[in-house]
Design a protein around this ligand. Structure first.
Ligand SMILES: [Zn+2]
Length: 359
């Protein structure tokens, strides 16, 4: 049977890759590619990063006639995939993301190696052994068989097909797809078609879901009084705790703060009362809160819309406490204190981050 794809046999045939895989602790992909073609199909493997850095294997020749032909094929494949992927972006947190092949550099080492070999009558024109960890493609090497690739068009055709496997696409699609099964595929096709691009897009969504998360950027403190707190953010979960006016939550990702909690309550505070305006619930009161008590909801996808905080010493005397919120459409609110409302209610706007401190 002709082999032109990611298979377990690919590892057996290439000891170096199998060794690398074993050292890296990755599991071997168990990939069978039935010679079936209907709609496009995926391997359940996808890239962990949106940019796939590649290099040409320096241990083989690229200057002879066959080497030049294969290198041209790879460069063509990179260009046609990049322009196809450039038109297939997805948006998350207000930003656009896409797959892209880029030449590796010192700060971005290659996870994709483009190589060649020459073997007569082995029935392969190219194949792509891949190291994976769970569902993630960690690295791949494409091998094109110079002996089988007898002209420039075939080089472009096979290289473009193999880069589809690098993106985690299985054989499938329609008859004109670059990822169509080999025995029926037209060797003159030299770029991905709609089915191929849709398959790449399906994996793009998985990569974005894996790789792009909101990030909390705490910033500088107002002082060192030791008032500690932490936020729970949509898609991020419990963010690391911060203190004394640093930012808890994520700004710039359009993600809601769902709850927050105090993790450090310094002397002379003896009691804190909090009110939280929760989506669909209105004002909820938390009296004499405990450290780490969640203020707001968890696992319900409900935004906080406004907060009020009041602190007291052991004699019931008010201790000044300041706070402000970062809210959808408004940005940072004015600084509020001692039970004043920070945030806007009645407009269905999420709070995204908060800052709290003792003045
Ligand atoms: Zn294939």
């Amino acid at each position: 049977m002709t082999q032109e794809h990611l298979t377990r046999r690919g590892f057996v045939g290439f000891g170096a890759v199998a060794t690398l895989t074993a050292l890296g602790g990755f599991s071997l992909p168990s990939l069978m590619e039935p010679e079936l073609a209907d709609a496009y199909t995926l391997h359940n493997y996808y890239q962990s990063k949106l940019t796939i850095y590649y290099k040409f294997d320096s241990s083989v020749s690229w200057s002879d006639t066959m080497g030049k032909r294969i290198k041209d094929g790879y460069n063509h494949a990179i260009n046609v995939w990049n322009s196809a992927l450039n038109n297939k972006t997805m948006t998350k947190y207000g930003k656009k993301y896409r797959y892209e092949f880029k030449a590796a550099n010192t700060s971005n080492p290659a996870t994709l190696t483009l190589s060649r070999y020459s073997k007569k009558n082995d029935g392969k024109r190219g194949h792509t052994p891949t190291s994976v960890n769970k569902n993630l493609i960690k690295s791949a090497t494409v091998y094109l068989n110079a002996t089988e690739i007898t002209n420039a068009t075939l080089s472009k055709h096979v290289a473009t097909h193999e880069l589809g496997h690098v993106l985690g696409i299985n054989h499938g699609g329609t008859k004109n797809s670059i990822m169509y099964v080999k025995k029926d595929r037209n060797d003159n096709i030299v770029k991905p078609t709609t089915d191929d691009i849709n398959a790449a897009y399906a994996n793009l969504k998985k990569t974005v879901a894996y790789a792009i998360k909101p990030v909390q950027v705490p910033g500088s403190r107002k002082n060192s009084k030791g008032l500690g707190y932490a936020g729970h953010v949509q898609d991020l979960g419990d963010a690391a705790s911060v203190c004394d006016g640093q930012t808890a939550g994520a700004v710039g990702y359009s993600t809601r703060l769902e709850n927050f909690r105090f993790v450090g309550i310094p002397y002379p505070i003896a009691r804190i009362d909090v009110e939280v305006h929760i989506q669909g619930q209105g004002w909820v009161k938390y009296t004499n809160i405990k450290a780490s008590q969640r203020l707001g909801t968890s696992g319900k996808s409900l935004r906080i819309e406004a907060i009020r905080i009041k602190a007291y010493d052991r004699n019931g005397k008010v201790i000044n406490i300041n706070y402000q919120v970062h809210q959808q459409d408004y940005g940072w609110s004015a600084v509020k204190k001692n039970g004043e409302t920070a945030g806007v209610t009645g407009k269905s706007l999420r709070i995204e981050a908060i800052r709290i401190w003792l003045p």
